[in-house]
Design a protein around this ligand. Structure first.
Ligand SMILES: [Zn+2]
Length: 162
C-alpha cells in the first residue's frame, strides 16, 4: 500500500514518545543510524550493502520505523508505507510487520523485511516472477537457498538498471 501526501514531513531522531508499544521504534533514518540498534537494523544495512554492490550507488533511505503492528489483514506479513512528493521521491517511509512473523523462521523474516525494503528504499513495485524478491507471495517454509535466489535475482535486476 502506498499513500501520497504533498507536504514535506520532517523526521527527527530519538524515541517516538507517542508510542506506548516498546517494540515500536526500532530504526530511524540514516542520520540517526549510529544511535540505533533495533533488531531489524542489520537487514537495512545488509540491504543497502547489497544494493551498493549491485549498482555502485549506496541508497539513502527515509525509513522512520520497522515495527510489529497487529492488523486485521492476517494474510500480510509486511507492509511498506511511503509518503512521497508529486515527483515520486520518498520523503518518509515505514514498515509494519505482522507480530506472528517473530514466531517463524529467520529466513522468512529476512525475506519479508528485505522485500519491504525493496518498496520502502528502492520504491520498487511487485513483479510476477516467482523467483524474485519483489514477488508478493512467499512460502512460510521458504528455504535459505530459495530466499538467496530471490534476493540475487532482484539484485541482478537492479544491476541491469531495471
Ligand atoms: Zn510487497
Amino acid at each position: 500500500m502506498k499513500r501520497l501526501i504533498l507536504s514535506l514531513v520532517l523526521i527527527g531522531c530519538g524515541v517516538d514518545e507517542s508510542s506506548s508499544d516498546y517494540r515500536r521504534i526500532l530504526y530511524r533514518g540514516p542520520i540517526c543510524e549510529e544511535v540505533d540498534n533495533g533488531p531489524f537494523l542489520h537487514y537495512v544495512i545488509e540491504f543497502r550493502d547489497m544494493v551498493e554492490k549491485a549498482t555502485g550507488v549506496r541508497p539513502t533511505d527515509k525509513l522512520k520505523s520497522i515495527s510489529y503492528v497487529t492488523t486485521s489483514q492476517d494474510n500480510l506479513w509486511g507492509t511498506c508505507y511511503t509518503w512521497s512528493t508529486k515527483k515520486g521521491e520518498i520523503m518518509m517511509a515505514k514498515i509494519e510487520l505482522d507480530p506472528n512473523l517473530s514466531n517463524k523462521s529467520k529466513v522468512l523474516e529476512r525475506t519479508v523485511v528485505l522485500h519491504e525494503l525493496g518498496h520502502c528504499i528502492m520504491n520498487d513495485d511487485h513483479v510476477k516472477d516467482a523467483n524474485d524478491l519483489m514477488n508478493p507471495t512467499v512460502s512460510m517454509n521458504i528455504t535459505e537457498e530459495q530466499a538467496n535466489a530471490r534476493i540475487e535475482h532482484y539484485m541482478a535486476r537492479l544491476a541491469r538498471g531495471e
